[in-house]
Design a protein around this ligand. Structure first.
Ligand code: GAL
Length: 683
């Protein structure tokens, strides 16, 4: 059994950098960590030089000395492979390992993640440092698991080195077999882009007028994902040769252009996420408008992590102010916010939380990315808060392994996520609906899962959800449509939004009447469509007397076929009277096609009309400003209530439960102070 994510323990940890501090500080640091309940440290992810200071010269003493201290003190260690930061000797001697910008200019030494995944030299040297580290440090008793690299695809998730072009050709040759097939899939008859020799094919480089071939960019994205996965697998295969019983392999972060689900399936025991909700209060990066979810929006990322590993870890959890010396300024967490954000992670299924970082770095670009301690080691408010968090988390031991309980899901797939990134028409509806559905579910206290339509997903997997939203799958295949039909026929309710199913797997538009592959499933025909013109004003929809506002786009719909029914019509502009929503009864269930993108209000109406809003209303009432999350295990439900506000909130428990922090029975009206949380075991 692994030491973390084992269904038995909730574990706190911190990220520690022995190479940043005099060795004389190590022991006291570890003792202080243990004193506030930190049982694990993550180390070494940027420390290649400490193990291979010169090419082929391996020296293990530095981390051996640290691991000796860890073992003496009883601290457990997650050891990392150091491939996120190639040493200067390496990039100087082998510049081909460097990534490049779109113009082919190499990213030079001085930051991190400046390598590319496809350089044969980098693969060889990465494999060697991984093997040497695993063989030497893996047997150590205190080492409980491994992190591969650090945040794959962070900093940049596009790759333009020559190694990438060469590997891209190979990827395409394997995928398409012939140039004729490649030319067909990429629609190269358009603007005379036909390839006549594989040597003419490169990763998409600088072109005129922001114009790209979208089919090529889609394949480029798939290629980047495959490259990152291959790099993770290269390391995982090596690490696994040296694991002791119970040791695990993970990596941290969720970044773009990477199929994190497949990577986890191929190479990891579980995913860990890095959670920095304080960005919501930052100066430059993530400015929010009024009515936004702010730090609560990080629950969306946690929902993503949970879609990969039902119980996951947080490898980096915010513990201080954010900031590089160049950007990303965000303030120190207010008293209570560290606890709130830790509990936010746990509420969504994290059974392991590691704070970034123990002490704030005194050098380099991250001097403002504060850890638990500031530059000095003096006792402070944040370390006291960690101690308090530990006391609470200890009381939650029985929740370990409990799964987040949702009956509503949003279905996603990587083809459509990546298509939405490269296609503004798709991107606008996707962004609007994803945000609206998540927000509406949050505000109405409707637990929501993300489910990914991967090669391994089955209709039975979907059957645990009463309602599934698949907002805008512009790319659709016959196999996916068949799986969705099986889900609906067996009793599911499936809701599509506008623009569904007008592209094939290459992103080429289909010539059938829309919505193409799902016309039969949805009983819908779309004779006309347009995005909502800026001068159109408010476009309304009448759904049996309930008014919705259409958002971004309008598909004008007809109901077609036996089970199909026109449920709502547009009620303004030239669309007035045209169909806006069609339902189609099929077997035991129903498919719905809504001709627009969602906004928070229309998403809420869908949740209500389909009977899935606020499923825990009989147990608890709480203000919209608090989040409700529910985890369940062995028939027992645990309610997490999180107050994100700086003012108190009142909740009412309509059935008795046990406040797990105190062990006391609670019911009726309860006050939650600023940023306060409560976890209630329902009786
Ligand atoms: C994460 C990264 C850490 C540290 C932190 C603060 O993305 O994994 O190494 O850089 O951000 O910038």
């Amino acid at each position: 059994m692994s030491e973390i994510i084992n269904g038995k323990n909730m574990v706190l940890s911190t990220c520690y950098y022995p190479e940043h501090w005099p060795e004389t500080m190590w022991r006291e640091d570890l003792q202080r960590m243990l004193g506030v309940g930190i049982e694990v440290v993550r180390i070494a992810e940027f420390a290649w030089n400490k193990i291979e200071p010169h090419e082929g010269k391996f020296t293990y003493e530095f981390f051996d000395r640290f691991l000796d201290v860890a073992e003496e003190e009883g601290m457990k260690v997650i050891f990392c492979t150091p491939t996120a930061t190639p040493p200067a000797w390496l990039t100087h001697k082998y510049p081909e390992v460097l990534n490049a910008n779109i113009d082919g200019v190499l990213y030079r030494h001085g930051a991190r993640r400046h390598y590319n995944y496809n350089s044969p030299v980098y693969q060889e040297l990465s494999a060697r440092i991984t093997e040497k580290s695993a063989a030497h440090y893996g047997p150590r008793k205190c080492v409980i698991g491994w992190q591969i690299d650090n945040e794959l695809n962070c900093e940049t998730n596009i790759f333009y080195s020559m190694s990438d072009s060469i590997a891209f050709r190979k990827f395409l040759q394997e995928k398409y077999g012939s140039l004729d097939e490649l030319n067909r899939a990429w629609g190269t008859n358009f603007w005379n882009q036909t390839y006549t020799d594989w040597e003419e094919v490169f990763v998409p480089q600088t072109t005129l007028s922001d114009s790209t071939n979208p089919h090529r960019v889609l394949d480029f994205t798939r290629f980047i994902s495959a490259s990152a996965r291959g790099f993770a697998k290269l390391q995982s295969d090596i690490l696994r040769k040296y694991l002791k019983s119970g040791d695990f392999v993970t990596t941290n972060g969720l970044f773009g252009n990477l199929d994190n689900h497949k990577m986890t399936e191929e190479s990891l025991d579980f995913i860990t996420y890095d959670s920095y909700p304080n960005f919501a209060f930052g100066l430059d990066m993530f400015q929010e408008g009024p009515g936004e979810l702010k730090d609560r929006k990080w629950s969306r990322n946690l929902t993503e992590a949970r879609s990969i590993s039902a119980n996951f870890g947080i490898m980096e959890q915010q513990s201080g102010a954010n900031g590089w010396n160049t950007r990303m300024e965000a303030p120190t967490p207010r008293p209570g916010q560290m606890s709130l954000w830790t509990l936010q992670s746990i509420a969504h299924g994290a059974d392991f939380v590691s704070y970034f970082r123990w002490r704030t770095c005194i050098m380099g670009t991250e001097i403002y990315w504060h850890g638990i301690l500031d530059y000095s080691s003096r006792e402070n408010r944040r370390i006291r808060e960690v101690g308090d968090i530990h006391k609470k988390v200890k009381q939650l031991t029985e929740v370990a392994g409990a799964k987040y309980a949702a009956k509503v899901a949003v279905l996603k797939d990587y083809d459509n996520i990546w298509d939405a990134n490269l296609d503004v028409w798709h991107g606008r509806v996707e962004q609007a609906s994803q945000k609206a559905l998540f927000t509406a579910a949050q505000l109405s206290h409707t637990p929501l899962d993300y489910v990914y339509l991967t090669e391994t997903l089955t209709a039975e997997d979907l059957a645990q959800y009463t309602v599934v939203f698949y907002p805008h799958p512009t790319i659709m295949t016959a196999e996916r449509a068949a799986l969705l039909e099986t889900y609906v026929a067996a009793g599911g309710q499936l809701v599509f939004g506008c623009r569904s199913a007008y592209k094939d797997i290459s992103g080429l538009c289909v010539m059938e009447d829309l919505p193409g592959q799902i016309a039969k499933l949805t009983g819908t025909d779309i004779p006309e469509f347009s995005f909502i013109a800026p001068d159109a004003g408010r476009v309304t929809v009448d759904w049996d007397g309930t008014e919705l506002e259409a958002n971004v786009f309008t598909d004008l719909l007809d109901a077609s076929g036996e089970g199909a029914k026109l449920e709502a019509v547009y009620s303004s502009d030239y669309y007035a009277g045209s169909g806006a929503l069609v339902s189609n009864a099929l077997g035991q269930g129903k498919a719905w096609y809504y001709g627009s993108a969602f906004n928070v209000d229309s998403a809420r109406v869908f949740l209500e009309k389909l009977g899935v809003a606020s499923p825990y209303g009989d147990w608890i009432t709480l203000p919209a400003t608090c989040e409700l999350a529910v985890r369940a295990k062995d028939g027992v439900s645990y309610l997490f209530v999180l107050n994100y506000e700086k003012t108190a909130a009142e909740i009412e428990l309509k059935q008795a439960g046990v406040n797990l922090y105190t062990g006391q029975k609670v019911s009726g009206k309860l006050q939650l102070g600023a940023y306060e949380t409560i976890v209630i075991k329902m009786l």
